[in-house]
Design a protein around this ligand. Structure first.
Ligand SMILES: C[S@@+](CC[C@H](N)C(=O)[O-])C[C@H]1O[C@@H](n2cnc3c(N)ncnc32)[C@H](O)[C@@H]1O
Length: 171
């Protein structure tokens, strides 16, 4: 999984933990802002940021850093497999391909159409077959998003519907 322009990482953490319970679920988290990336690396959140997360998962994956009122911090087991990177989405994307890319409330809100198309094409290249791209609930993908099918009525989860590459001739 990769979360681009991830802000404090809370949404990414919630989604990552919900999707799989294995520590390696979060592959990469990026933001252009160094301080944002540093906060995400620390992985400490107010209880209110975790309200959509199952109570059992909060207990399993977070420890409170001090007395009541102090933030909840993500256990090292969950933080260690994650690569936190300062990156400009317009220039760089994390290495590899992904089962899930979160790119919410950034490119498809703030960029002009041409840049949106360019970013989308590059994101598409990072999606494995059948993988999901999640954008903000008020965002629209440009140019009909060829190769991507919407999942559900909200049009914020898109599945890579490109057919798998044919296997090479084994002879
Ligand atoms: C509006 S917030 C969205 C946060 C999160 N994705 C969400 O939906 O809650 C935009 C985030 O994108 C980051 N950002 C802005 N321009 C960026 C760029 N070119 N590349 C990567 N991150 C960027 C900002 O620092 C900020 O953390």
């Amino acid at each position: 999984m990769v979360s681009l322009g991830q802000h404090d990482g809370d949404a990414a953490v919630e989604r990552g933990l919900e999707i799989e319970e294995v520590p390696s679920v979060l592959g990469s988290v990026t933001d252009i802002d160094e301080q944002v990336v540093e906060r995400a690396r620390r992985g400490c959140y107010p209880r209110s940021s975790l309200k959509e997360l199952d109570e059992g998962l909060v207990k399993e994956a977070f420890t409170r850093s001090g007395p009541p009122g102090d933030p909840f911090c993500l256990a090292p087991t969950y933080r260690q497999p994650v690569r936190f990177q300062v990156q400009d989405l317009r220039e760089d994307l994390p290495e590899g391909t992904f089962q899930l890319i979160l790119c919410r409330n950034l490119a498809f809100t703030y960029y002009d159409r041409d840049l949106q198309c360019e970013v989308l094409e590059r994101l598409f290249g990072k999606l494995r077959v059948g993988a999901l791209l999640v954008v903000g609930s008020n965002e629209e993908l440009p140019a009909g998003a060829p190769g991507l099918d919407p999942l559900g009525p909200g049009r914020c989860i898109w599945k890579n519907a490109r057919p798998a590459e044919p296997m090479g001739d084994a002879r």
